[in-house]
Design a protein around this ligand. Structure first.
Ligand SMILES: NC(=O)C1=CN([C@@H]2O[C@H](COP(=O)(O)OP(=O)(O)OC[C@H]3O[C@@H](n4cnc5c(N)ncnc54)[C@H](OP(=O)(O)O)[C@@H]3O)[C@@H](O)[C@H]2O)C=CC1
Ligand SMILES: N=C(CCC(=O)O)C(=O)O
Length: 444
């Protein structure tokens, strides 16, 4: 049995119910076979793969809070501090009823290599809770966040572990979390990113993941003789990543024709009216189906199916495993030639393999959606200097970082004779820096 297969077997046996974690590890290890085979003896002796697939720390805790009816509620919280070889743990907090340890471990594992690709000094971590923010009052959100931070603050800090947003965690939640941290510790420090602009947040952080996704898409298309301008684009989700990916795609001349949420999707043949979507989602915290009430020419469809909408470019920006093999086949049949992942692991392994086997351009999330965490690291830099950079300065740095990530990914794929395989390129380029740091730091 190969070393990779031995380690994969260990991961499955030691984490039996964590299927998303298995999926994330398998994708990375499979693409690293060419690298591992060249160093197998040393890697085995150092138990390198056993260490890199084992979190440095997994923290789980009870979160009690009182709802508006005076009823005590209980949720479960997590923080996975996965790998600190190249910097303090850095990664988002996800609030969604589907959250469990396996989900947070898959996200934390992906974050290791994503953060490495940015070239910034940030390690991999992730956290969250099975708390469902949907339908909760502001007071209930605050009560939950204060209880969450009452536990979490024991394990985080500006030079230890810096959480941020993810699904269900936006500016409102970060604000409540930050206020509680400050109250408990008496420290005013950059311990969270995605903060409000009046208390240490960075301009362009709200836009960063979506903008960075489109910057990466632009690089991938240009390297392959294509362009965003004039293309038809379908974007899943209608949250932070999807909204600002839509904005940047429209600015670069694309026509975005569909967005979704967990209830269904809207198709607007005339192109999505982003101001209307932002009013519905960011102001009213409503459902995407409300879009057609103001745009009768648009069509709302309940449930899944957004990937049957004909497009040139697909940008999955909702959640993991939202795009499966049948979706991939439908995209190809309708002429789609490029996919870039705004979400974390939104394509199943079968869909990813299909894209690559059928000559479609494909950029995995750890490279394509790294703009968010990269800009979070820029927020940390500003906080450390007690300075605030302009939007243009941050956006220019973000764009430069995304161009740099594409170059690393492209170079790594070519170095191993895998030109155009951006999954392999991203995993190899991300892995190499982390491994060098782990080797230098000894058996820890
Ligand atoms: N925020 C960030 O900085 C970054 C986020 N990401 C990733 O991007 C993706 C979106 O995150 P973000 O935009 O921040 O989150 P938001 O909470 O702002 O938006 C999430 C969107 O995805 C939809 N969604 C969530 N879960 C499901 C599901 N199970 N099925 C269908 N739709 C679903 C939501 O619909 P509904 O409102 O109905 O729940 C919503 O439209 C996630 O995978 C996240 O991990 C990656 C890098 C950075
Ligand atoms: N949710 C994020 C952003 C993490 C961060 O900004 O620290 C991700 O990279 O998946």
């Amino acid at each position: 049995m190969s070393y990779v297969d031995e380690v994969m077997q260990r991961v499955v046996e030691k984490n039996p119910s964590e299927k998303e974690f298995h999926q994330a590890v398998k994708e990375v290890l499979d693409s690293l076979r060419v690298v591992i085979e060249k160093n197998e003896e040393k890697y085995r002796k150092d138990a390198l793969l056993e260490r890199i697939t084992e979190p440095e720390r997994v923290i789980s805790f009870r979160i009690p809070w009182v709802d508006d009816k005076g009823q005590v509620q209980v949720n479960r919280g997590f923080r996975v501090q996965f790998n600190s070889a190249i910097g303090p743990y850095k990664g988002g907090l996800r609030l969604h009823p589907s959250v469990n340890q396996g989900i947070i471990k898959f996200l934390g594992f992906e974050q290791i290599f994503k953060n490495s690709l940015t070239g910034l000094p940030i390690g991999g971590g992730k956290g969250g809770s099975d708390f469902d923010p949907k339908g909760k009052s502001d007071r209930e959100i605050m009560a939950f966040c204060q209880s969450f931070m009452t536990e979490l603050h024991k394990y985080i800090g500006a030079d230890t572990d810096v959480p941020a947003g993810d699904i269900g965690v936006g500016g409102r939640e970060i604000g409540y979390l930050y206020g509680q941290y400050k109250r408990l510790t008496g420290l005013y420090e950059g311990v969270l990113t995605g903060k409000g602009l009046t208390y240490g947040g960075s301009l362009a952080r709200t836009e960063a993941t979506g903008y960075g996704l489109v910057y990466m898409l632009d690089e991938m298309l240009k390297a392959n003789g294509k362009a965003i301008a004039g293309s038809t684009v379908v974007i899943s989700g209608s949250g932070n990543v999807a909204i600002y990916a839509t904005q940047k795609a429209q600015q670069l001349g694309a026509k975005v024709v569909a967005l979704s949420d967990s209830n269904g999707y809207v198709y607007d043949k005339d192109g999505i009216d982003l101001d209307l979507v932002r009013e519905i989602k960011e102001v009213r915290r409503g459902r995407i189906k409300e879009y057609v009430e103001a745009r009768p020419g648009a069509v709302y469809t309940e449930g899944k199916g957004i990937w049957t909408v004909p497009c040139d470019i697909a940008l999955p920006c909702a959640t993991q495993n939202e795009l499966g093999l049948e979706d991939a086949k439908a995209l190809k049949a309708n002429g789609c030639y490029a996919v870039a992942e705004g979400a974390n692991m939104p394509s199943t392994r079968e869909a990813t393999d299909f894209f690559q086997e059928n000559g479609m351009l494909f950029m995995p999330g750890k490279a394509a959606n790294a703009g968010g965490v990269a800009t979070s690291a820029l927020e940390m830099s500003q906080n450390s200097q007690r300075l605030s950079w302009s939007f243009e300065e941050v956006d220019a740095k973000l764009h430069e970082i995304m161009i740099g990530i594409f170059k690393k990914v492209d170079e790594a794929s070519k170095r191993y004779g895998l030109e155009g395989n951006y999954v392999a390129g991203a995993n190899i380029a991300g892995f190499e820096k982390v491994v060098e740091a782990m080797n230098a730091q000894g058996v820890v």
